[in-house]
Design a protein around this ligand. Structure first.
Ligand code: APR
Length: 256
């Protein structure tokens, strides 16, 4: 491999430009979406054929209304996703991001509800859309332990009851129409405002407010590098766009 593609077998024409934009000393923010975990076998949401929302209606599964209408189906579906994500492994992209934190300060801000950044070794990951594994009561909000996820898909599953208020365990993810949790959002804005560069990986840039975060960096004159094999909603203000996948380019992009 050359300096334009250390650790990958594919030299990339814009790699030098992208490495220059990221610099090598100052605080880096890595903002990730579903594409980050695609090469770990976790489906994205909006890919035309394979995306999760191409096969499942988000309104039927990922809204508070769906929960009120058919709690047992929604709970069964999320518990099955927990099992699938739990069986996936971090890919070379996750590992490269974790490794980069040995040489500079790296804050990971993710829209993903999986734990692949953490399992790759990243610490202090800000989960804007919550976590598949952080269940809480749908009544009083108390965190709840719900036992291991089933290892085969089931149509319906009754969520465990809350010992405190009689509510039910719900997935700790942010559904459409819900507010983002305050703490990770504030941490994300603070990290971006103090960053020397921002790296955006594998997000369609369509879901707000997360999609507005790269714009904060652009407005502050902070270089933004994007890794995405497809088009994205972020074209405006991106310094360099590497049209390739996370696992293919991140090891070279983030090599010391
Ligand atoms: N590497 C990098 N990017 C990839 C890869 C890959 N291997 N494969 C696909 N992509 C890109 C696609 O081109 C697309 O732009 O990842 C993006 C995935 O887009 P979405 O499926 O829309 O995912 P995301 O932007 O994370 O969705 C945001 O929407 O449904 C909600 O809450 C859900 O957090 C999610 C939010």
């Amino acid at each position: 491999m050359t300096t334009d593609g250390v650790g990958s077998d594919r030299p990339h024409p814009d790699m030098s430009k992208a490495r220059l934009a990221l610099g090598d000393g100052g605080p880096l923010v890595v903002l990730t979406g579903a594409g980050m975990s695609a090469e770990s076998g976790v489906p994205t949401f909006r890919d035309a054929q394979t995306g999760l929302w191409a096969r499942h209606d988000p309104a039927a599964l990922a809204t508070p209304q769906a929960w009120d209408r058919d709690r047992d189906s929604v709970w069964a579906w999320y518990r099955w996703r927990e099992h699938l994500v739990g069986s996936a492994e971090p890919n070379a992209g996750h590992l490269a991001i974790a490794r980069a934190a040995r040489d500079r300060s790296v804050a990971v801000v993710t829209q993903n509800v999986d734990d692949l950044h953490e399992r790759a070794g990243s610490t202090g990951v800000h989960h804007l859309h919550g976590s598949l594994f952080a269940h809480r009561c749908d009544g009083c909000g108390t965190p709840m332990e719900v036992g291991p996820a089933p290892t085969a898909p089931v149509e319906r599953l009754v969520p465990p009851g809350c010992p405190g208020c009689g509510g039910r365990a719900r997935p700790g993810v942010v559904w459409f129409g819900e507010m983002l949790p305050r703490q990770p959002w504030d941490a994300a804005v603070a990290a971006i405002s103090a960053a020397s560069a921002v790296l955006v990986v594998g997000t369609s840039g369509l879901v707000h407010p997360a999609a507005s975060l790269p714009g904060i960096a652009v407005d502050l004159g902070i270089p933004v590098v994007e890794v995405n094999p497809g088009p994205s909603g972020l074209a405006h203000g991106v310094t360099v766009h590497l049209r390739d996948t996370a696992a293919a380019v991140l090891p070279a992009l983030l090599a010391a």
